[in-house]
Design a protein around this ligand. Structure first.
Ligand SMILES: Nc1ncnc2c1ncn2[C@@H]1O[C@H](COP(=O)(O)OP(=O)(O)O)[C@@H](O)[C@H]1O
Ligand SMILES: [Mg+2]
Length: 260
């Protein structure tokens, strides 16, 4: 059985698809077999990313490591059935990476209950934090979990009842800026407090960088730059690579020793 990595957060634009693509690429580049699913049936950013990658590699005759992407079929059959049909052929991969939509859907809930590792990217803002927990406006103290955390809690319950391993939940901060240090620290402190209360680990995360988005049309990530003839990385790209390396190390996935 594959180790299932779910990337979820019921909020659009928090970096789920960007994180999915980078984690999947890092794993395939390190020689692991990776199946991929995109449950955002409307936007399909992750699926399109991989399709772009395939098309670019074919066009330029490049031998790029590729996740095995399995789209959810369209049609009249029940969603659960279409989900099972998509995941079955990739169940023998070492990893299956599932990107979720930025809203609560039946498929997203199902995926969360299958997660061995759950990655939740979070923009560095209390607006995004609000999906994880409610904060007292006067003291900044955590008052209690909110909708998304409760959904994860329900998924954890379901797994415990089925006798499965608990979910290893990692919250990773995204689009960290060099400005707004005060906000950054406050969000960081709140996350550290919440991490203990509701049971997740905090990853250092990605800064706001063009490299995380500019390669989408070709389906590439910064790890592929050498393959397209970029011989030396600029400082920002070197730092981005370090951020991805740190995330991969924090994930601590079975059988993976991070070397890139
Ligand atoms: N660290 C980052 N630096 C710069 N742009 C980013 C970063 N993370 C995400 N983006 C951009 O933000 C937008 C939303 O990201 P995306 O991964 O599609 O989020 P989600 O899948 O959660 O909706 C996209 O335009 C993406 O390219
Ligand atoms: Mg997305």
């Amino acid at each position: 059985m594959a180790h299932i990595i779910v990337v979820g957060n019921e909020k659009g634009g928090s970096g789920k698809s960007t994180t999915s693509m980078h984690v999947a690429t890092a794993l395939v580049r390190m020689g692991h077999s990776v199946g991929a699913m995109d449950l955002d049936l409307r936007q399909r950013s992750f699926g399109r990313y991989i399709e772009n990658r395939q098309a670019f590699a074919t066009r330029d005759g490049l031998d790029l490591a590729m996740p095995d992407y399995r789209p959810i079929a369209e049609g009249e059959a029940p969603l659960d059935e279409r989900f099972s049909d998509a995941i079955r052929p990739i169940d023998g991969c070492e990893f299956v990476l599932i990107d979720c939509p930025g809203s609560h859907t039946r498929l997203s809930q199902l995926a969360h209950s299958l997660a061995d590792t759950l990655i939740t990217p979070l923009n560095d803002s209390f607006v995004d934090f609000d999906l994880l927990a409610r904060i007292d406006p006067m003291t900044n103290k955590v008052k209690g979990p909110s909708i998304y955390s409760e959904m994860v809690w329900a998924a954890r319950q379901a797994r415990a009842e089925a006798g499965l391993q608990p979910i290893d939940w990692i919250v990773t901060r995204n689009r960290l800026g060099t400005q707004a240090m005060h906000n950054k620290r406050k969000v960081g402190d709140a996350l550290d407090t919440l991490a203990k209360r509701i049971g997740f680990r905090v990853a250092p995360g990605f800064s706001e960088r063009v490299i995380f988005r500019e390669l989408f049309p070709r389906g590439l990530t910064l790890l592929d730059l050498r393959d397209i003839g970029v011989s030396s990385l600029n400082l920002s790209n070197v730092a981005a690579r370090q951020e991805l390396r740190d995330l991969m190390r924090t994930l601590d996935l079975p059988g993976v020793s991070v070397d890139f």
